[in-house]
Design a protein around this ligand. Structure first.
Ligand SMILES: O=P(O)(O)OC[C@H]1O[C@H](O[C@H]2O[C@H](CO)[C@@H](O)[C@H](O)[C@H]2O)[C@H](O)[C@@H](O)[C@@H]1O
Ligand SMILES: O=c1ccn([C@@H]2O[C@H](COP(=O)(O)OP(=O)(O)O)[C@@H](O)[C@H]2O)c(=O)[nH]1
Length: 465
């Protein structure tokens, strides 16, 4: 079985975060587009497919009248909020999903398990199952996304069965799934895998993640896995496969045509005349290797004094998960390193590093991508990394070079068209940057065309759509 596709069926998308996050500004509720690749990867679907999207609105709303208002404002975008108390949401999202589960999925050591966040994780998965099973009709396709909701397929299947409904359930993991023994770091590992195995189809970003998952099912649960892409467990047959997540490149090329974006591009080109621009866009997260990136860039500046005032790194670090201490500490560390780099390498002509700790509007982002000669992505682990795709989409004229960590999921597909490197090796990173800046035009064009072909061929996330 490949993708589940059936235009007549009602499609329900479920993710922890809705594509619109709600905030209270001066007493009124306002919604804005959520950050991150999951939302980007599914936004292309809105063009061609009708669906309802269930998720947490990102804010506690207690008053029933306020809940109604929020519900109505999201309804216009087919988004259905699942309201959670703030302490429950905090323990589920920050406590278990991001401090514990995210770390294990991305091979980070020193994970400490705690019962309270685990119970909150279970409870939130139950609340999602209650809300969705109530709304779903028999025959609906339910597409669950990501590590925040690994228990949901099982909870949902039980409830639907009790209600006499039959629905196909798909599950997409947007993160890596770790190899070998790493998953054993989680005392509740079995519950999570069993939760996912109640799906009909499970999708991963790469073959490597898929195979790691299959191997874990065999070793942990004794599941039968002899038939490729199938897992037989407790009288159920579950299909697993790789589904390449992509972007809608037209959204980016259209943005570049807008007069105000063209104007912005001209002004950035003027500002950086005679200077090579390297761009980095990452959520401020350990897995993006930002510490390594800044240190690698420092090494590059040390190695190439002849390029003083001739290269600038513009790094956008999008605020993320700011209630988690590890993320706060990372932000402090990055500020210190950024300050040191500019302290060491700045001249009266300017600074080599522009470190921006904020999100940028979409048009500004596309202008930045467009003027950059190089895009530097240094993930230590990363499910896919859609910034790599977006940079390519904005480089039709310049044929800029992608310098891509071998640990980003995107590297499984983009290595031929990029300059790969190991993010823990400063020397390798410095050489990769130098090579990218000095690539001859014919090779640049060839690499670019390879990447462009890949990005254009993978514009739809085709698992259940
Ligand atoms: O919702 P947040 O906690 O703010 O985090 C944003 C998203 O981060 C992760 O994104 C992943 O999905 C991308 C698209 O498939 C992929 O390219 C990237 O490598 C992953 O890190 C997370 O998995 C999402 O659930 C979050 O919404
Ligand atoms: O200020 C910004 C800058 C970037 N992005 C988007 O965040 C997504 C990042 O996705 P990626 O897959 O690279 O990583 P993730 O953040 O999901 O781990 C991309 O679509 C970016 O365009 C964003 O939402 N706000």
């Amino acid at each position: 079985m490949g993708a589940i596709t059936d235009e007549k069926r009602n499609l329900i998308i479920v993710s922890n975060r809705l594509p619109l996050s709600v905030k209270q500004v001066d007493g009124a509720y306002q919604s804005s587009l959520s950050s991150g690749g999951l939302v980007t990867s599914l936004s292309g679907l809105t063009k061609s497919t009708k669906f309802q999207w269930f998720g947490w609105p990102g804010i506690e709303v207690r008053d029933p009248k306020d809940r109604e208002d929020v519900q109505k404002s999201l309804e216009a975008h087919n988004a259905i909020p699942i309201f959670l108390d703030s302490s429950l949401a905090h323990e589920h999202y920050n406590g278990f999903s991001n401090r514990i589960l995210w770390s294990v999925l991305h091979y980070q050591s020193g994970v400490v398990f705690d019962e309270t966040p685990w119970q909150a994780y279970r409870r939130v998965n139950e609340l999602f199952a209650d809300a969705i099973s109530e709304t779903a009709d028999s025959g609906s396709l339910i597409w669950v996304h990501d590590y925040h909701l690994m228990l949901l397929p099982e909870l949902l299947r039980d409830r639907l069965k009790q209600q006499g409904k039959s629905c196909a359930i798909g599950f997409s993991l947007h993160t890596p799934f770790p190899a070998g023994d790493f998953w054993r770091n989680l005392p509740v590992r079995k519950h999570l895998i069993e939760g996912m195995l109640s799906s009909d189809l499970i999708g991963f970003h790469t073959d490597e993640y898929k195979q790691n998952f299959i191997d874990t099912c065999a070793s942990l649960l004794n599941a039968r896995t002899e038939i490729p892409n199938q897992i037989q467990y407790k009288n159920r047959l579950v299909c697993v496969n790789k589904f390449i997540v992509g972007i809608d490149p037209e959204k980016f090329t259209d943005s570049l045509q807008k007069p105000d974006v063209q104007e912005r591009i001209l002004s950035l080109k003027e500002r950086y005349k005679g200077v090579k621009v390297i761009v980095g866009v990452d959520r401020l997260d350990h897995i993006k290797g930002l510490t390594q990136k800044l240190k690698g860039f420092d090494a590059f500046l040390d190695d190439h004094p002849e390029l003083q005032n001739k290269v600038v790194l513009i790094q956008v670090a999008v605020p993320s998960r700011e209630d988690v201490k590890e993320y706060q500490d990372l932000e402090t560390e990055l500020c210190t390193i950024a300050g040191k780099i500019n302290g060491k390498h700045a001249t009266p002509e300017g600074t080599p590093l522009l470190y921006m700790h904020r999100s940028v509007p979409f048009n500004e982002l596309t202008a930045l991508y467009s003027v950059a000669d190089v895009c530097l992505l240094t993930s230590t682990r990363d499910g896919m990394n859609l910034v790599a795709f977006e940079y390519v989409a904005c480089q039709e004229e310049r044929h800029g070079v992608l310098v891509l960590s071998e640990f980003a999921g995107a590297a499984s597909f983009m290595t031929n068209g990029s300059i790969p490197f190991h993010p823990a090796n400063k020397t390798e990173m410095s050489e990769a940057i130098f090579n990218a800046l000095n690539l001859d035009p014919a090779e640049r064009k060839a690499k670019y065309e390879y990447l462009r072909g890949f990005v254009n061929a993978n514009t739809r996330f085709e698992m259940l759509s």
